[in-house]
Ligand binder design. Structure first.
Ligand code: CP
Ligand code: NVA
Length: 297
């Protein structure tokens, strides 16, 4: 059976842990003869912008002997209404895996249903599971096993937040979420996290004593028309020095990037000593290569 990675829970907790630890091993390997993807091709479909996701998959495939194809709707027949199911049938006869970034988890599922090869979600409106693998790798590398610890999500209950929710039960940490009214994560997903996922109304209460603070943009791709309304709604939800001071003294700060200094995070925090965002970004490459090794090598 072809395995896909459209959300974090498409892996078992054991598999996810293996991939995260393998990602750190790959990072430390430094062996140019290790080329598990020789002769393998990854098709990457982007209907939205990307810096990290594109470059990490493309550079990672090249580093490990494979090849990545950058495809957009504008330059493929997807932009002229070729069905995603037909695209899946064709790409999966030529390539060894397909990565897709778009705004439809349902369309990604349709792509996977018609693909002979693994399909990987490079971000949808509901999940960002590749980001989560890199974030978990980063947490392990900086502070050891997340089990039993507390992470606090401040801000929009968006796609990245949803992947954090799934990670909490899989990796045994508590996730506290402080989001403005009307911008909470999916209620059903929160419920599925049980006691380990807690909605907290005040950012200060959510941050108090936490091992990790994480946030993301207040306006995700595709929501640009709502920017002004969102800026008003998210007032008081910035991760700044005062909020960070409530967390544990050795707490770390994460952000999937791109960041907006002065909005969801202050410059002092993202550019300060508790921030691990550059390691987090680098880990996209290692975590995704460990994932592809699991799926196709
Ligand atoms: N974090 C992330 O996915 O970045 P890009 O949008 O640049 O790919
Ligand atoms: N929540 C953001 C993440 C960007 C990597 C978005 O969907 O635009």
């Amino acid at each position: 059976m072809t395995r896909h990675f459209l959300r974090l829970t498409d892996l078992s907790p054991v598999e996810a842990r293996q991939i995260v630890l393998r990602a750190s091993a790959l990072k430390n390997l430094r062996d140019p003869s290790f080329r598990p993807f020789t002769g393998k091709t990854l098709a990457m479909i982007f209907t939205k912008s990307s810096t990290r996701t594109r470059v990490s998959f493309e550079a990672g495939m090249a580093k490990f002997g494979g090849h990545a194809l950058f495809l957009t709707t504008a330059t493929t027949q997807l932009g002229r209404d070729e069905p995603i199911s037909d695209t899946a049938r064709v790409l999966s006869r030529m390539c060894d895996a397909i990565m897709i970034r778009n705004d439809s988890q349902a369309q990604q599922q349709e792509l996977a249903a018609h693909s002979r090869v693994p399909v990987v979600n490079g971000l949808s409106e509901l999940h960002h599971p590749c980001q989560m693998l890199a974030d978990l790798q980063c947490w392990f590398e900086h502070r050891g096993d997340p089990a039993g610890k507390v992470a606090t999500w401040i801000g929009d209950g968006n796609n990245v937040c949803h992947s954090w929710i799934e990670a909490a039960s899989m990796f045994g940490f508590t996730l506290r979420i402080a989001a403005p009214k009307g911008y909470e994560p999916d209620a059903e997903l929160v419920r599925s996290g049980g006691k380990q996922v807690q909605m907290v109304s005040s950012p200060a209460d959510a941050a108090r004593g936490a091992d990790l603070l994480v946030t993301d943009t207040w306006t995700s791709m595709g929501q640009e028309a709502e920017t002004q309304r969102r800026l008003a709604a998210f007032a008081g939800f910035q991760v700044d020095e005062a909020l960070m001071a409530l967390a544990k003294p050795d707490a770390i700060f994460m952000h999937c990037l791109p960041a907006h200094r002065g909005e969801e995070v202050s410059a002092a925090i993202i550019d300060g000593p508790q921030s691990v965002v550059w390691d987090e970004a680098e880990n996209r490459l290692w975590a995704q290569m460990a994932l592809l090794e699991f799926l196709i090598a």
